[in-house]
Design a protein around this ligand. Structure first.
Ligand code: SF4
Length: 282
């Protein structure tokens, strides 16, 4: 594995809140992608009272080559989860909450109704908390997507993750055009919801391919964008092909704003939910 460059070295941010947060999560039997994915921004986000909850269990029905989430036979859906997440949001005093999930291709609606129940539970308990949901592609089922858009979260995010050419090797069960149509349909089904996506670089893509992806994203009306460096969770995952220099992240941000994105976070340590509250206000 390549040696990490200096710009990827930074001290681990420890926040005393972290123990409190972990205690509340345990008490309410909740999962966060922050913990499951070993996110480098864990401390900073918790310090900013932002957290990303992962619903619908911890085992995914897909096996993306970059992802650290476990795969296999999915867990039973916990009917108390929506209420427990709303309780956790209240206890933590979150201003902005992101709710994501593993992909549940085993469920008829892909888990869409569970997302909608969670949004409604948070709205009821914490009316001043902004809500972002980071959704799977629901296998392109627009009826399932409509269940989520009708629940009117503030932001709906669906990650493209990488450029078209790399889909087969990086996320083989996903389809590039299908993911683009999810973003397009978010705006069609509810123009008041902000649409957002996240991509990783350093998986072997070229600059031209990234710019092509930015064009495709603007073509489907995507407004908010995050770009971060891919870091391999283990030697068994897709290798890091390149550590992208911060200057190129700045160039990508410039190119994205020039194409009309209203908010772009582009830097080595950026992840989908990073600085999410700022994005919402753009
Ligand atoms: S679908 Fe999502 S949770 Fe599942 S393996 Fe892929 S990235 Fe990970």
């Amino acid at each position: 594995m390549q040696r990490k460059p200096d710009w990827l070295r930074r001290p681990f941010v420890w926040d005393p809140n972290q123990r409190t947060v972990e205690g509340i999560l345990k008490e309410l039997n909740l999962n966060t992608v922050c913990g499951e994915a070993n996110c480098p921004n864990y401390g900073e986000c918790f310090a900013n009272k932002t957290a990303t909850f992962m619903i619908l269990g911890t085992r995914c029905t897909r096996g993306c080559r970059f992802c650290n989430v476990s795969h296999g036979a999915p867990d039973d859906v916990d009917p108390n989860e929506p209420r427990n997440i709303a309780l956790a949001v209240a206890k933590l005093g979150l201003k902005y909450v992101v709710v994501t999930s593993v992909t549940r291709d085993d469920l008829a609606d892909g888990g869409a109704s569970h997302f909608a129940e969670t949004i409604r539970a948070i709205r009821q308990t914490c009316p001043n908390t902004a809500i972002e949901v980071l959704i799977p592609d629901f296998k392109g089922d627009t009826d399932a997507l409509k269940i989520v858009t009708d629940a009117r979260p503030d932001v709906i995010s669906h990650n493209m993750e990488t450029v078209k050419r790399l889909y087969d090797t990086v996320r083989p069960e996903a389809v590039y055009e299908r993911s683009l149509s999810v973003l397009l349909n978010i705006k069609r089904l509810n123009p008041n919801v902000k649409s957002k996506t996240g991509i990783m670089v350093g998986l072997g893509e070229s600059e031209e391919e990234v710019l092509e992806l930015l064009n495709d994203l603007r073509r489907v009306g995507c407004e908010l964008l995050t770009i971060g460096q891919y870091l391999a969770p283990s030697a068994n995952h897709h290798p890091v092909i390149e550590y992208i220099h911060p200057d190129r992240f700045a160039e990508y941000a410039k190119a994205a704003y020039a194409r009309g994105f209203s908010f772009v976070a582009s830097a080595p340590y950026v992840r989908s939910s990073y600085r999410a509250a700022e994005a919402m206000n753009e």
